[in-house]
Design a protein around this ligand. Structure first.
Ligand code: NAD
Ligand code: UDP
Length: 392
């Protein structure tokens, strides 16, 4: 019996397409490739400098059973900074998705030039090739383009801080509020904002079909790296991997400036559903900027540390530490020029109206899935490392 055609949100059959996915070997790219291979007929040119996180999707070694999606994913190891093959891949595709970026806060103030080049300059040819060749583009921006909330400038106990218009972030209303130039933290947000404006202008002046995604702290398995295991010992990944690393090593979790900043976390698998809806519903997604996050999963970083500790102790069966967290100044942790977004609650009106998407997974459940993965993937390697005699 033939499998029934998959339908878009307007009830039309979805035709298979070819997608050039740049940054496919990263955290989000790996989950998107998995989803596209398992649940759709689309073909992916997976472009990245690394492929460790998508190895399980690429062609099986000879002698092994071919994967069910064999032939639908091709890895192209190339650096988009300097590789002329990029234009050809974009021309051969129906849609380009650009995920490539330096996107770890520890880099923004310590490698601001690399950050600005990666997030703005390196994205320019991608936008140009799409525009010149009449190809659709889904570009990954960030919730960080909103910067700080308006409410953060009010005195601590001011009643207006409780009003949603002073903290909820809306794509078509909220301003982008960054710190001064010496606060180099904002190099990333500013570069992302300018590429958003350029894409928007290409749409307005040259008819580029685009969608801009603003992820709000997507987290889950395969995010970043565990320092000293599958990344540099001195590297500082994003908060999920930092806290996972501390838990795996039975060290106190480090709360930057007391962990008072607030974030909303969304499970990667929920967020990937939203991206698939964008891919398969161009009529509803083109010309839009979408917040993708979970407004119901808001915590302070301190609360996140407490919840991760509670969940991890259950998963690992280990006893609690006497001192589970420790405060550290941002200057010591990140260096000069760090600054922070105070609060990030996404308004969901536009994505809900256009694509009918809303997130499902609670913070507790997503941490349980993710920390079970972290424990299974890394606990043994860390035990072996800690058992080695120290070099001194
Ligand atoms: P990631 O670092 O895991 O993935 C980025 C990938 O891009 C990496 O595999 C990297 O090797 C690749 N890349 C970078 N420069 C490249 C180049 N010059 N040529 C080829 N490949 C290159 O990050 P992620 O979390 O998957 O994020 C993907 C995108 O989403 C980024 O644009 C990021 O700014 C945005 N974003 C993500 C989040 C989140 O919650 N994860 C939040 C805000 C924004
Ligand atoms: N943070 C922390 N301890 C860590 C790592 C991060 O307190 O070990 C804080 C960081 O200062 C920020 C929040 O956690 O307030 C989220 O950081 P992340 O790196 O995930 O990125 P962001 O959400 O700022 O883009």
């Amino acid at each position: 019996m033939a499998t029934p055609a998959r339908l878009d949100l307007n009830g039309k059959p979805i035709d298979p397409i070819t997608i050039c996915m740049i940054g496919a070997g990263g955290f989000i790219g790996s989950h998107l490739c998995e989803k596209l291979m398992a649940e759709t007929p689309h073909t992916v040119f997976a472009v990245d400098v690394y492929c460790d996180k998508i190895k399980h999707l690429l062609d099986a070694p000879s002698g092994e059973k071919p994967r069910p999606w064999a032939g639908r994913i091709q890895f192209h190891r190339l650096n988009i900074k300097n590789d002329s093959r990029l234009e050809g891949l974009i021309k051969m595709s129906d849609l380009t998705i650009n995920l490539a970026a330096i996107c770890t806060p520890a880099d923004y103030n310590t490698r601001p030039l690399d950050t600005i080049y990666s997030n703005f300059i390196d994205a320019l040819p991608v936008v140009r090739y799409c525009s010149e060749n009449g190809k659709r583009l889904i570009h990954f921006s960030t919730c960080e383009v909103y910067g700080k909330t308006i409410g953060s400038f009010l005195p601590k106990d001011h009643p207006l801080r409780e009003e949603p218009e002073f903290y909820v972030l809306k794509e078509d209303i909220s301003p982008c509020i960054f710190g001064s130039i010496d606060k180099q933290r904002w190099s990333y947000a500013c570069a992302k904002q300018l590429i958003e404006r350029l894409i928007y202008a290409e749409g307005a002046e040259n008819g580029l079909e685009f969608t801009i995604v603003r992820p709000f702290n997507w987290i889950g398995p395969r995010m970043d790296f565990i320092p000293g295991v599958d990344g540099p010992s001195e590297g500082v990944p994003r908060v999920l991997a930092c806290f996972s690393n501390n838990l795996l090593r039975r060290e106190p979790l480090k709360l930057v400036d007391g962990g008072q900043s607030q974030r909303t976390f969304v499970y990667i698998k929920d967020a990937i559903e939203a991206v698939l809806l964008m891919i398969e519903n161009p009529e509803r997604a083109n010309g839009h900027i979408f917040n993708v996050g979970n407004p119901n999963n808001e915590v302070t970083v301190k609360q996140l540390a407490e919840l991760m500790t509670e969940v991890y102790l259950k998963v690992s069966g280990e006893p609690p530490l006497d001192e589970p967290t420790v405060d550290v100044s941002s200057k010591v942790f990140y260096g000069e020029g760090y600054d922070d977004s105070d609060r990030r609650i996404p308004d969901m009106t536009i994505i809900n109206r256009q694509l009918g998407w809303s997130p499902k997974t609670s913070l507790h459940d997503l941490l349980q899935y993710t920390l079970t993965y972290q424990h299974k993937t890394y606990a043994e390697a860390i035990k072996r490392e800690l058992a080695k005699p120290s070099a001194t």
